[in-house]
Design a protein around this ligand. Sequence first.
Ligand SMILES: [Zn+2]
Length: 98
Amino acid sequence: MHSTNAAYIEARQRLAATNLKRCPLCDSLNAAANSECFVCRWHGQFLQDQKSIEEGLADLLNKCPEYQEKPVRKPRSKVSRLSNLMRRMLYGPVDFRV
Ligand SMILES: [Zn+2]
């Protein structure tokens, strides 16, 4: 019995889509619990459809390929906090009690 990697990634993406939202102004992914964008301070309607989230994820992974690799020493920044969140969602045990 084995699960396919694709199914695993798809499940993770679905999970990410329910716990992330994307800023319509700067395209940053935010935790769904955030009331305002951590980058540009936008507070209002966020994009939460799965397509937007997936695009946001792909975009983030493109811009920051280190997210795809094993954990490295991380600078203390908002972006790195988000990256930790993302990494937990995509690769780690699931725990959203942040
Ligand atoms: Zn923003």
